[in-house]
Design a protein around this ligand. Sequence first.
Ligand code: SF4
Length: 63
Amino acid sequence: MPNGKPAGVRCVQLADDNRCLIFGQPARPAFCGGLQPSEEMCGDSREYAVHWLGELERLTAPV
Ligand code: SF4
């Protein structure tokens, strides 16, 4: 996505099974590789993590 991925938009490199199609390749954005899991982000359940990420998307969505 040469102009960046807007919040709330599915990445074009995300496969139907939610795997990154360019994982491990140089074309993968540095930001993706630099994102490290944390307790704050992941919590103790999938539901917590999805909610946290949803909030991040909401807070960074274009106005
Ligand atoms: S890791 Fe990055 S490039 Fe790969 S699917 Fe996720 S957002 Fe897209």
